[in-house]
Design a protein around this ligand. Structure first.
Ligand code: MRU
Length: 347
């Protein structure tokens, strides 16, 4: 399936840079960033040029490889202190999506296993590991989509929040995967897309992806879901996530837990989709998940032609919230469909 112009993140032809779609510019223009250093990779993740939990992990994997390459070119031995410092810069780019830390840790484990190799062997091993993280995500998204599709009837109407499509992963996506895979097989769906304030991932990215895939798409403001569920037949809510605790509590884009509460009220199934790399078995429950707080300008100014709020107003701008496991009908991973009670350490 190729309804996007490109993978959101990939290695350049010469293997010396990450080429990333600048997601801040979509849907108006498709611009590419060339990222060569740990600082550039971290900045792209921090500013949401590269975003979505699995996509951040893929980018981080390539970023650690690029650091090894640059350090080797500068004459550093494998596993130099500069290499580890670079890895920490990437790890610290954002706090909530565990795929970021998971990917950095996986790359560092690989580095440790090849620390006695010569520089060439060290870099080759890290490049192969980063490419494996990428390839596995493509396969995982496909499996998640297959499992998710079994939950939907032809003609289903679904609500989605934020963007959990190919831009947030690689191919198909997680929360949007069943729709994209089903559409490819000739099924029809009606997708209602929350605009997802304040950064508008739903309006800018999800609507763009679904329309390019030929899916019937309706955009709405985040505060319209209750009225929609009260007045129309909605078959499911489908979202991705950034970190799942051991008990099934799931952090995702701010507003997700509100949608889950509405879904419970109206008896609409609420499905969370993620690869197992998004599960954090060290987090007992959602209260241990670090919720990122972002710049107030995102609320007052960023997507408005002119500033809407009074100068100096205090702002509350958490980027994520946690949906309690009790509101989640099923969690769908590459291994299948999990139902409550959840024990994600076995996922
Ligand atoms: O702040 P973002 O845009 O990175 O937030 C992304 C989300 O909340 C996604 O729903 C989540 O990462 C799942 S992506 C498959």
């Amino acid at each position: 399936m190729q309804y996007l112009p490109d993978d959101p993140v990939r290695l350049s032809e010469d293997g010396k840079a990450v080429i990333a779609i600048d997601q801040r510019m979509l849907p108006g223009s498709t611009d590419y960033l060339t990222l060569r250093t740990a600082e550039e990779v971290a900045a792209a993740i921090r500013t949401l040029a590269v975003r979505g939990a699995p996509c951040i992990g893929i980018c981080a994997g390539y970023g650690v490889y690029l650091s090894a390459l640059r350090r080797a070119e500068a004459g550093d031995a494998p596993c130099s202190s500069g290499f580890f410092a670079d890895a920490e810069i990437i790890r610290a780019a954002r706090p909530t999506a565990v795929n970021l830390m998971w990917a950095v840790d996986r790359m560092l484990t690989c580095a440790g296993a090849h620390r006695t190799s010569d520089s060439r062997g060290f870099c080759d091993a890290l490049r192969a590991e980063a490419e494996r993280i990428h390839a596995e995500d493509i396969a995982n998204c496909r499996s998640i989509s297959e499992h998710g599709l079994t939950l939907l009837r032809d003609g289903a109407a679904v609500i989605t929040h934020c963007n959990a499509g190919a831009l947030a992963t690689s191919r198909y996506g997680t929360g949007l995967g069943p729709l994209l895979l089903g559409a490819e097989r000739g099924m029809t769906f009606h997708a209602y897309v929350d605009e997802t304030r304040p950064l508008l991932q739903g309006a800018r990215l999800t609507a763009y992806e679904l329309m390019r895939a030929g899916i019937d798409t309706t955009l709405m403001c985040d505060n319209m879901a209750s009225y929609l569920m009260a007045t129309r037949q909605i078959d499911a809510c489908m979202v991705g996530c950034d970190r799942v605790a051991a008990n099934g509590d799931a952090a995702n884009k701010i507003g997700t837990s509100g949608l889950a509460i509405l879904a419970k009220h109206y008896g609409v199934p609420f499905y969370v989709f993620c690869p197992c790399s998004t599960v954090d078995p060290d987090c007992a429950d959602g209260s241990a998940i670090h919720i990122e707080q972002r710049d107030p300008e995102e609320i007052t100014t960023l997507h408005f032609a002119k500033r809407t709020a009074p100068e100096g107003v205090k702002c509350f701008n958490p980027a994520f919230d946690v949906t309690p496991a009790s509101l989640i009908t099923a969690i769908i991973t590459e291994h299948g469909i999990l139902r409550p009670p959840y024990d994600m350490r076995r996922a």
